[in-house]
Design a protein around this ligand. Structure first.
Ligand code: NDP
Length: 480
């Protein structure tokens, strides 16, 4: 069986203790490769390599670093088919999704930050008759990037690219559940001419390899995307060490639909915002609030469309939805459907596991599920499910829907559907979230701030926000 390797100091390496973990293919439920179960010894080796590389990498001009990163972007693009197949196999998502979203975005992430570094400028603040301040921004040193399984290379590269562009050396850990494209990235890095030790990719569990990154005293900043509980643990552990922290955490996003919206556009987009990537995108709108006057019309049209979504194995060209990422995750999602029923919800469609014929009969498939009749404050409507499950709830007034939308501990994104311009701005202003889409969903401009409020995280990624996070500012004052 294939064993993937860590990528440390420019070469592929076995884990120091020689231990491996099984990696499952969600489509079939079968183990198809093994990954290093890395420990603090591997993180230590990566930190030593990164520290050695830092003076070389940080002394390069932005243009030189950008040129290497551009080769990484092109290197992924050249192997597009290989990356797409690997991402789909590792995660369970349809091939078409990996081909249209995940891997092109990883290409763009490296491209975007490779060029961004050439446009960074410094600030100066003039004090009339007194003097002038100027502010430099320097790379931090060795930083850690930890990413989740839902958009594996997409989110891995979203962190690594700005960290590298800013001149840092990186210790990066992908999710143990979806490590394969991060492994392939090592090959692209080798071909790009990046100096050894600049980017080190260490595989393994959160409890072992992840924790060792968080606790390592020489890793000065942690950029983390994942669940709120893990984020809380990282903040508690790294905070007292005065590490810089960027935490992109969970969500329970509201999708607010007013009667005056463009109904066809809204329905089409709402099917996507509910079930894209099997509902496993932190930005999916899992709580759908519909103005009462169109509630029944919405329900009928929405359920009819959802029932047409084909759940199939990821390589089926007809698949609109593939497998969820793992058996424990499938069981968690199914347990929330059972909870919704206990809480008085009515399942309008889905609500069950889907069994495909062999060789996919042990895969992790769930029918897209729509539930109504639940109180806005029940557990199903408050806790993150992160799967193909949405609830629909009617509302009568703007105040009422804002109260329900803002009632969770989360605040990542929100979607608003209306053709009343004033209302669109008013609701966008009052909804508790870091990202709002009006009459759209998941339109992403890499320059914009990305992140959430409340338990959805601390800090912002994207554009200059990311470049600021991965640098330290120093202000110098010169007296006249
Ligand atoms: P987890 O929090 O379980 O894991 C995220 C990463 O952290 C993984 O690489 C994991 O490793 C690692 N990890 C786990 N425990 C520790 C630890 N103690 N110390 C250091 N690292 C650790 O999240 P999931 O992978 O389950 O991802 C789903 C979550 O991510 C959802 O809550 C979702 O909302 C959120 N998310 C947020 C986004 C945002 O931008 N706000 C975007 C996408 C997802 P391993 O898996 O190997 O154990």
């Amino acid at each position: 069986m294939e064993r993937i390797q860590n990528f440390i100091n420019g070469v592929f390496a076995e884990p120091t203790k020689g231990q491996y973990i099984d990696n499952y293919e969600p489509a079939s439920g079968q183990v198809y490769c093994q990954i290093p179960n890395s420990t603090e010894e591997d993180i230590e080796a990566a930190v030593i390599a990164a520290e050695k590389a830092f003076p070389i990498w940080s002394a390069m001009s932005g243009e030189e670093r950008g040129a290497i990163m551009m080769r990484i972007s092109q290197g992924i693009e050249k192997r597009m088919d290989q990356f797409v197949a690997a991402e789909s196999r590792d995660n369970g998502k349809p091939l078409s999704l990996a081909a249209h979203v995940d891997i092109p975005r990883a290409v763009s992430n490296f491209h975007f930050f490779a060029t961004a570094i050439e446009h960074v400028s410094s600030e100066s603040h003039y004090m009339e008759g007194v003097g002038v301040n100027y502010t430099t921004r320097k790379p931090i040193g060795v930083v850690g990037c930890i990413s989740p399984w839902n958009l594996p290379l997409y989110l891995f590269s979203w962190k690594i690219a700005p960290a590298l562009a800013a001149g840092n050396c990186v210790i990066a850990k992908p999710s143990e559940i979806t490590p394969y494209t991060a492994y392939l990235l090592g090959e692209v890095i080798k071909e790009s001419g990046m100096p050894a030790g600049v980017l080190n990719i260490v595989h393994g569990t959160g409890q072992s390899a992840g924790d060792a990154i968080v606790k390592h005293p020489k890793i000065k900043a942690i950029s983390f995307t994942g669940g709120t509980k893990t984020g809380e643990y990282i903040a508690r552990t790294a905070g007292p060490m005065f590490k810089k922290l960027s935490l992109e955490l969970g969500g329970k996003n509201p999708n607010i639909i007013f009667a005056d919206c463009d109904f066809d556009d809204m329905i089409k987009t709402t099917v996507r915002s509910s079930f894209a990537n099997q509902g496993q995108i932190c930005l999916c709108g899992s709580r759908i609030f519909v103005e009462r006057s169109i509630y029944n019309k919405f329900k009928e049209a929405f359920v009819a469309r959802v029932q047409q979504l084909t759940v199939s194995h990821p390589s089926d060209p007809n698949a609109k939805m593939g497998a969820v990422v793992s058996k424990p995750h499938m069981e968690k999602v199914l347990s929330y459907i059972a909870l919704a029923k206990e809480e008085g919800g009515t399942v309008l469609c889905g609500g069950h596991q889907v069994n495909l014929p062999a060789p996919y009969d042990n895969g992790y498939y769930i029918a897209p599920t729509v539930i109504e009749g639940l109180a806005y404050d029940c557990r199903t409507n408050q806790e993150e499910i992160f799967g193909p499950v949405v609830t629909i709830t009617p509302f009568d007034t703007e105040e009422e829907v804002l109260m329900m939308a803002n009632s969770t501990q989360y605040g990542l994104s929100a979607t608003i559907w209306t053709s009343d311009l004033k209302r669109a701005h008013r609701v966008a202003d009052k909804v508790h979230s870091g990202i709002v889409w009006i009459n759209s969903w998941l339109v992403r401009d890499l320059r914009t701030p990305f992140g959430g409020v409340k338990a959805s995280g601390v800090g912002r990624e994207g554009g200059w926000e990311a470049m600021r996070f991965f640098t330290e500012a120093k202000n110098v004052f010169i007296s006249y």
